[in-house]
Design a protein around this ligand. Structure first.
Ligand SMILES: Nc1ncnc2c1ncn2[C@@H]1O[C@H](COP(=O)(O)OP(=O)(O)O)[C@@H](O)[C@H]1O
Ligand code: SF4
Ligand SMILES: [Mg+2]
Length: 336
């Protein structure tokens, strides 16, 4: 299947925040590499979960994919078209929708839900005669009762407001929806419900979703594939079920081990990450994770591990990663 969105060898440098004087002077401010060596592909209808701690570069990646930040190196390809010329970016804008970090704040407080969902239909050029029925259909698709159309955003629960945002994104009939921390701040169980809804909609309608979160646990059951970002590098990517069952990078393993688990026998103290995430200003030499890695060896301090395929569709950046044996019959794996 051809990719909906493909990223190859992406690097993004942003100017270091400077003082006012240096901002006014016509000198080039020093730049900091935020994202490096990013390879990623999202298939139609697939929900890809991008996970990383705060400051790891998640929002920068979303902004770059939408043309809001310029790559220093690498290729971005949307539906087979290289995103270089204006025509290609126009195609991306027609074919994608974005859900921002604070979706409730993005809803105009003076508009009722019905109007909020109709607005993107107008932008998309839907005929007047279809709009009311289409808005009702969208509300139903995101699991909201028709009676809610007359409410204002402040009269909605956090979960209902997120559903309105999903309906607004779907109204543009996009091939890809990029959702940056769309459920942050909600109860974990409600986050799971909304992300499941998004993944189901994606599968039913062939919409690709890039769901960005700092909380690995909330996408456990909704993402088809996941990518783990650490200090601007993807350290592991693969099918979600396989990565959760058998993480190959020590960082992924420690994130999974630190998920709340009521069973003390399943808490893994040996996998706990030490210390704070280093600043991108002082990205460690060698493997960027070596300052916190519980199993680091000498070469980790000087040699940066390249990407390595440990199983079909699974990439890991770690000197100690080993090939993962595959079940001979995939059906056996499912029945376990
Ligand atoms: N416009 C910008 N200019 C310079 N640095 C930025 C800019 N936006 C973000 N950064 C820096 O880039 C890094 C990654 O930020 P971001 O992509 O927002 O991470 P995340 O979304 O994972 O929290 C941070 O260190 C942040 O300070
Ligand atoms: S390369 Fe070394 S430091 Fe990096 S994750 Fe692997 S074992 Fe840890
Ligand atoms: Mg962010």
């Amino acid at each position: 299947m051809s990719d909906l969105y493909r990223i190859e060898g992406l690097r993004v440098d942003l100017p270091l925040p400077g003082d006012l004087l240096s901002a006014l002077l016509p000198i080039r401010r020093p730049r900091l590499t935020i994202l490096d060596q990013i390879d990623l592909a999202i298939a139609p209808g697939e929900t890809f979960g991008l996970v990383g701690e705060s400051g790891s570069g998640k929002t920068t990646l979303a902004r770059t994919m939408l043309g809001l930040a310029a790559p220093a190196a690498g290729r971005l390809v949307f539906r087979g078209a290289d995103l270089t010329g204006r025509a290609a970016w126009a195609g991306l804008r027609r074919g994608s929708a974005m859900m921002f970090q604070d979706p409730v704040g993005s809803l105009s407080p003076r508009m009722r839900v019905g109007a909020l969902v109709t607005e993107p239909l107008i932008i998309a050029g839907r005929p007047i005669a279809d709009r009311a029925a289409e808005a009702q259909r969208l509300l139903a698709r995101v699991g909201l009762p028709p009676g809610l159309a007359g409410r204002y955003p402040h009269e909605l629960s956090g979960g209902q407001a997120r559903r309105v945002c999903v309906a607004r994104a779907l109204a543009l009939d996009p091939a890809l929806i990029i959702a940056d921390e769309p459920t942050a701040g909600l109860d974990v169980s409600i986050q799971g419900e909304i992300l499941n809804l998004m993944a189901d909609l994606g599968r039913d309608q062939g919409v690709g979703f890039l769901v960005i979160t700092h909380n690995l646990a909330v996408i456990r059951h909704s993402a088809d594939r996941i990518g783990i970002l650490y200090l601007g590098r993807l350290v592991e990517t693969g099918p979600a079920a396989q990565v959760f069952a058998r993480p190959a990078h020590p960082y992924t393993a420690s994130l999974i081990a630190s998920e709340p688990n009521p069973d003390p026998r399943r808490r893994r103290a040996d996998l706990a990450i030490r210390g704070e995430i280093p600043s991108l200003l002082r990205r460690p030499a060698g493997c960027p994770f070596h300052t916190r890695c519980p199993i680091a060896v000498a070469k980790c301090r000087s040699i940066d591990p390249g990407p390595r395929a440990v199983a079909p569709g699974r990439m890991v950046r770690c000197h100690l990663a080993e090939d993962i044996p595959q079940p001979r019959n995939p059906a056996e794996e499912h029945s376990r």
